[in-house]
Design a protein around this ligand. Structure first.
Ligand code: CU
Length: 229
């Protein structure tokens, strides 16, 4: 009886070793939470993003994503956009130039991370207002074909956005080039990242942060950006 069980156990071990050597070495990983890994495809339990197939690193693991990294060389394109009131604006000139801004990336039909991202921004706006901060918030649609200014206006109203928070869309080529230059372009909108760009245009200081961090820690990063000389 014991020998039989042992044989079966050994056989299982052998089969699984064979199966593993035949599979390409890799695993599924959340683009935003590298600590969330899985052998099978699925969604991240932390943010709901679709896990991406990632080849196993031969030796050294990639360094963990830092909460914020500086990006001083960032160029903000001046593409034509429309805000939630249907107003035509130039992205850099009207929304960023000379300002301290925090930018996130959303689409109104998103059922995963955009509602919590937007709720976080709402609380960031309240905390900034309480501190008399002049920092501005910008939410860029990653789905400009669907997200008309009207849809953005309804979305903004749902999250009680106050003035000083622009929701922008535009024609697809313009928005795509904007996303590309900000380093957040994705081929599938559902793979969009919960990343927030925080910057101080006057000093050219830019940093990236995880968009689902606590509002307080985001406000701290925005205030730090504002105080950069
Ligand atoms: Cu989303």
């Amino acid at each position: 009886m014991l020998t039989k069980a042992l044989v079966i156990l050994l056989l299982f071990g052998f089969v699984s070793v064979v199966a593993q050597t035949r599979k390409p070495a890799g695993h599924y990983e959340c683009p935003m939470h590298p600590d969330v890994t899985s052998k099978k495809p699925g969604k991240c339990p932390k943010c709901g993003m679709t896990l991406r197939f990632t080849k196993d690193k031969p030796k050294e693991e990639a360094p963990p994503v830092e909460p914020a990294s500086t990006d001083t060389a960032l160029r903000i394109p001046d593409v034509a956009v429309q805000d939630q009131n249907g107003k035509s604006l130039n992205f850099y000139t009207d929304l960023v130039k000379g300002k301290v801004v925090a930018i996130n990336f959303i689409f109104t039909t998103c059922t995963t991370i955009c509602p919590p991202l937007t709720a976080t921004f709402r609380r960031v706006q309240q905390e900034l207002a309480a501190q008399n901060s002049s920092a501005q918030l910008i939410s860029v649609s990653v789905d400009p074909a669907i997200d008309t200014p009207e849809r953005l206006r309804d979305f903004a109203a749902k999250f009680k956005a106050e003035p000083g928070w622009a929701f922008v869309t535009g024609n697809a080529p313009d928005i795509n080039s904007l996303l590309q230059q900000l380093g957040v372009a994705v081929t599938n909108k559902n793979d969009h990242t919960p990343m927030i760009l925080i910057g101080n245009d006057e000093t050219g200081y830019w940093t990236r942060a995880y968009g689902l961090s606590s509002p307080t820690s985001l406000v701290k990063l925005i205030t730090e950006a504002a105080n950069r000389k």
